[in-house]
Design a protein around this ligand. Structure first.
Ligand SMILES: [Fe+2]
Ligand SMILES: [Fe+2]
Length: 289
């Protein structure tokens, strides 16, 4: 297929993808308003009992590890902050749209989600270690969890071409996104950007999806999240945790660590914690089961 045909096939696939529940779009909308109060967010989530149940389940799971049972959503929002609850709601809604729903051709689904969870958990731990403000931490997880979402339309809309793309990346020992550019004339961060647009994602999550492989040229407001996700992605691929089709990942240079004011050794320090937390974060994959 020519590059323009590939782009059209991917755009068509994305336009047919199930949209996010209305409540989640509403959650994103109210949270974009700086004047939103915990009561406003509580009201919106209350409209969707399934979403409310999932958010409470996540907050009370080993993943969140609060150590105390929270049964009221309003209380949870006050305790954890609007931003945290927004990111939990968003992560669970997106996962629900995809887990067990798509036929995975080139990518193996379990491997893909394990990679995604690993990037989310790693990004979150790096943020914590670096002293990022607690209400922002969950954004690092959500951005990491969703960073490769653009691989789903490539994998499903261009199945046989994507198998060839992965074979080329392996054969030439190049990062997958470069092989995608060569074979398909479009990479998963571009496809991810279209998904993010169609679901009206904005801010750090949308930018991490679109720029995690081109972070050197990123000059937006969310460089901290974008670069953290890039490092977490490199880590997950290097360690072979999960599978994302990227055996020869792009390696962030020392300047990226410098911009985040972190030592590379931090990755080794959090390794055991990351492995343990991936198991806990699997709750995200099981909520809809
Ligand atoms: Fe990626
Ligand atoms: Fe990735």
């Amino acid at each position: 297929m020519a590059g323009s045909d590939n782009k059209k096939a991917v755009r068509d696939y994305i336009s047919r993808m199930p949209s996010l529940p209305v409540t989640v779009s509403k959650v994103l909308e109210v949270c974009n308003n700086p004047k939103t109060s915990p009561i406003d967010l509580d009201k919106v989530i209350q409209l969707d009992p399934v979403l409310m149940g999932r958010v409470l389940k996540l907050i009370n799971s080993a993943y969140y590890g609060l150590g105390t049972q929270v049964t009221s959503l309003a209380r949870a929002i006050i305790m954890l902050g609007i931003n945290t609850v927004k990111n939990l709601a968003l992560s669970t809604a997106v996962i629900d749209r995809f887990v067990d729903k798509g036929a995975f051709h080139a990518l193996n689904m379990d491997g893909f989600w394990r990679h995604s969870l690993c990037v989310g958990v790693t990004a979150k731990h790096l943020a914590k270690r670096r002293g990022v403000e607690p209400t922002l931490i969950e954004e690092y997880f959500a951005a990491g969890l969703l960073h490769d979402i653009g691989k789903i339309p490539l994998n499903n809309a261009l199945a046989s071409e994507y198998v060839r793309t992965m074979a080329l990346a392996d054969h030439e020992r190049i990062p997958l996104f470069l092989a995608e550019k060569r074979v398909l004339d479009l990479d998963h961060s571009e496809a991810g950007f279209v998904v993010a647009e169609s679901w009206k994602f904005s801010g750090a999550i949308a930018d991490a999806i679109a720029f995690h492989h081109t972070h050197e040229s990123y000059h937006g407001d969310h460089g901290d999240v974008v670069r953290t996700v890039a490092i977490a992605n490199y880590f997950a691929n290097r360690e072979g945790i999960g599978f994302s089709g990227n055996r020869y990942p792009d390696k962030p240079g020392p300047e990226v660590y410098g911009l985040l004011d972190m030592e590379k050794s931090m990755l080794e320090e959090i390794e055991d914690q990351v492995q343990a937390d991936i198991e806990k974060a699997k709750v995200f994959l099981k909520l809809g089961a």
